[in-house]
Design a protein around this ligand. Structure first.
Ligand code: OGA
Ligand code: NI
Length: 385
């Protein structure tokens, strides 16, 4: 396995100024068993922080080249902010919003929306609920700990790609399949059950509007992407990034592009999310009441590169916790839609624009994407003709 090689090499990486004081360095380090030991605690990164550790375990230390924090974030550049007030009411306004969405999807792959229809009180309650989940008794939380995304609808773990990624991230996550076949409410953790149901219902309505706008921005009829089942599946991933004692050595989330069609992201006020824009990292500064929208690899594939799925990451910080909720819109493993074939849309192809990708199913795409984990490479390359 390719990553295996990198992992072994990782043990010889010298941490600057670390000397012999870093408990996990040295020849006795066995990455595989340390990953297993960490996984077996079922207490996540939060468990480590609660135990009061001041140096981070070696499994979390990233190769310096991958961290690339120096020269980060040019604060003069900001991603587009699109005001959705009145989007369905006035034709002129609607056309103007479509043109803003088109520009954002072509040039950025990311934008923020305001006046999107989800009340700020609901956003606050969702962040609060997710905090409560991660901060409840470990024994209660442990019941949700597992890694079987193919069969479980509600699961909590730390690093979905723990055993394949070159280095672990400073983050724990609760994941819930919320559409098309949501779990019985009793299967959701009781500390955040009602708000997850309420928030994801509203997120889905907003996603319908966004898919309509993106369809139009591609020059298609408003319903086209929805009719292709792009908005049918909703996978909701609720992240908790504890404050980190050595943030310069690790990452909250490694650089990656999402595999969804579309992602709607709610983040709290802490910050740390960055996107790679024209080869430099740009901060996605939290806006109170705002939501972040980004396109995923599946949308880039069906749009034949007309719209881009852009790499992004979350820095680890010495403040926190930071809480965020990513709603990924894509067919789910468990449904028939996951066997539906997607390829570059015929309407967008011409002699000058021949298809760049072959057809694939979201099942195949997700399986490939999960197998490489967040290692900074694009899952799309594999599907190029
Ligand atoms: C993700 C992601 C960003 C964040 O879950 O894919 O990019 O701010 N999350 O947590
Ligand atoms: Ni992402």
């Amino acid at each position: 396995m390719e990553n295996e090689k990198e992992n072994t090499m990782d043990t010889s990486v010298k941490i600057p100024g670390d000397g012999d004081t870093h408990a996990q360095t040295g020849s006795s380090y066995n990455r595989k068993s340390e990953l297993k030991a960490f996984d077996d605690t079922k207490a996540g990164v939060k468990g480590l922080v609660d135990a009061g550790l001041t140096r981070i375990p070696k499994i979390f230390i990233h190769d310096k080249l991958n961290l690339g924090k120096s020269g980060s974030a040019d604060s003069n550049i900001t991603i587009p902010i699109i005001d959705l007030a009145g989007v369905r009411k006035e034709a002129i306004l609607h056309a103007e919003i479509v043109s803003q969405v088109k520009n954002a999807c072509q040039k950025w792959g990311f934008f923020q929306v305001i006046n999107h229809g989800i009340p700020e009180s609901i956003l606050d309650k969702m962040i609060d609920g997710i905090r409560r989940f991660h901060e409840q008794e470990t024994e209660v939380k442990k019941r949700f700990y597992n890694r079987n995304y193919q069969t479980s609808k509600v699961l909590y773990n730390s690093n979905f790609d723990l055993h394949v990624a070159p280095a672990a991230n400073w983050r724990d996550s609760l994941s819930c399949v919320m559409a098309p076949n949501p779990p019985d409410p009793e299967e959701l953790p009781d500390v955040c059950r009602d708000i997850i149901v309420d928030y994801t219902k509203m997120a889905k309505e907003l996603a319908f509007i966004l898919f309509e706008l993106i369809s139009e921005a591609l020059g298609l009829s408003p319903n086209q992407l929805k009719d292709m089942s792009c908005a049918e599946g909703l996978f909701c991933v609720c992240h908790y990034y504890p404050a980190c004692p050595e943030p310069e050595l690790t990452m909250g989330t490694s650089s990656h592009a999402d595999s969804s069609f579309l992602t709607l992201l709610l983040q709290d006020h802490i910050g740390g999310l960055q996107i790679l824009h024209e080869n430099q990292w740009v901060d996605v500064t939290p806006i109170p009441g705002g939501l972040v929208v980004n396109l995923g690899d599946m949308l880039q594939l069906i749009s034949n590169d007309k719209f881009k799925s852009v790499n992004h990451r979350v820095l680890a910080k010495n403040v926190g916790p930071r809480i965020s909720v990513a709603c990924f819109f894509r067919p789910q493993f468990q449904t028939e839609d996951s066997s539906r074939l997607y390829g570059p849309m015929k309407e967008l192809l011409s002699e000058e624009n021949p298809p760049i990708y072959g057809e694939t199913t979201t099942k195949e795409f997700m399986t490939h994407s999960f197998s490489i984990g967040l290692d900074g490479t694009s899952a799309l390359d594999y599907f190029k003709l």
